[in-house]
Ligand binder design. Structure first.
Ligand SMILES: Cc1cc2nc3c(=O)[nH]c(=O)nc-3n(C[C@H](O)[C@H](O)[C@H](O)COP(=O)(O)OP(=O)(O)OC[C@H]3O[C@@H](n4cnc5c(N)ncnc54)[C@H](O)[C@@H]3O)c2cc1C
Ligand code: SF4
Length: 316
């Protein structure tokens, strides 16, 4: 690990201002992703700004009947919250499908959204990777791509976003609240937080330099049956090959998003109109334009079947 300096921020605005002003500064929350990347020298921040002590660890009801989840709320606490379990079950199910109990005790809401890809070549510093080193090439092209993306990818990068929680947040239409280095705040719909790679896969989000996530808000509950199915190579402690987050109403309509297939949670609102017609019709819209590799073409069939299983369970 390279040497770095460390400080505790005194307020969200202080954290954002310092992160923008100090070259090579990064926020640290639970550290479960950032520290791993630092040990491998994939990330080499010169300065860490600890955002743990800022009082951003509460879950509060909003005036609109929804929930405001502080950026530092731990994944375990969010999954266990009685209001989340009762009204946003898809979120609890997605959270407990991720990582392990020990990791979830430490991992935070914002850190989970901003965790980096698990592409094996991103982790191997001996291999070119456009995301790690812009312009160096993509070792996954022609390499082992079983885990990698089939939708929203580009010739420069076919990595997926690994978060389970983010897929549930996407079907819930969550909004990310931030504070910028100049003290201004903004609200970003979760659909607009993660960028597609295009020619610049190293630019992963629409956050500005130094912009701190302070909370994630969920709108008023919409009812329905909430499900999250995750298909993976091991029963625990493994990232999704395919995941499906769904909210299904009594009339068969609802919302659905996929994980494990794209650089961001994959939802196509137009496809949801087909839900009463069944999984095949929805899958056709969700998977339109897929660009699988020979190694991961199985994800198309797997997504169709997982979606069919989820909708069948909701009907039952
Ligand atoms: C062995 C293992 C298995 C795992 N399995 C899964 C899995 O199955 N599913 C899954 O979804 N995840 C999985 N994870 C990932 C885990 O969920 C993430 O590491 C965790 O959620 C990251 O949260 P953190 O608070 O530790 O983030 P950190 O490591 O502290 O930070 C991650 C990134 O977010 C930035 N950041 C943190 N807070 C803020 C903020 N408030 N505003 C702006 N930027 C911020 C940091 O600068 C950093 O870039 C696994 C991790 C490990 C190590
Ligand atoms: S798929 Fe993306 S993360 Fe993986 S090697 Fe290619 S550029 Fe890097």
């Amino acid at each position: 690990m390279r040497p770095f300096t460390y400080e505790r921020a005194t307020s969200p605005a202080d954290a954002a201002t310092k992160a923008a002003a100090i070259p090579g500064a990064r926020f640290i929350a639970g550290g479960t992703n950032l520290l791993d990347l630092m040990k491998l020298q994939i990330e080499t921040p010169a300065h860490l700004i600890d955002v743990n002590g800022l009082g951003l660890d509460r879950i509060e009801e909003t005036g609109e009947g929804g929930l405001r989840i502080g950026a530092l709320v731990r994944n375990t606490d969010l999954a266990a919250d009685a209001r989340v379990r009762r009204h946003y079950g898809v979120l609890t199910r997605a959270l407990v499908a991720g990582a392990s109990g020990q990791l979830r005790n430490v991992a935070t809401t914002a850190g989970n959204l901003l965790q980096r890809t698990r592409c094996p070549y991103f982790y191997d510093t001996n291999q070119p990777c456009n995301k790690r080193q812009p312009g160096s090439g993509c070792s996954a092209m022609g390499g082992v791509t079983r885990q990698l993306g089939i939708l929203g990818t580009s010739d420069a990068c076919i990595a997926t976003h690994p978060s389970d929680m983010a897929v549930a947040m996407r079907v819930l239409d969550a909004t990310v609240e931030t504070v910028r280095p100049d003290g201004a705040t903004r609200a970003i719909p979760i659909a607009e937080l993660h960028r597609l790679p295009g020619d610049t896969p190293h630019l992963e989000t629409t956050l500005e330099r130094g912009e701190l996530i302070t909370a994630v808000t969920l709108p008023k509950p919409i009812g329905g049956t909430h499900l999250y199915h995750k298909v993976r190579d091991r029963a625990s402690y493994a990232f999704a090959l395919i995941s499906v987050a769904a909210i299904v109403r009594r009339d068969g309509g609802g919302r659905v998003a996929l994980g494990g297939v794209a650089p961001r949670p994959w939802r196509v609102e137009a496809a949801e109109a087909q839900m009463p017609k069944g999984a095949k019709a929805v899958a056709a819209g969700l998977l339109a334009g897929a660009r699988p590799t020979p190694d991961n073409a199985f994800k198309i069939r797997l997504a169709e079947r997982t979606l069919a299983a989820v909708l069948a369970e909701a009907r039952a």
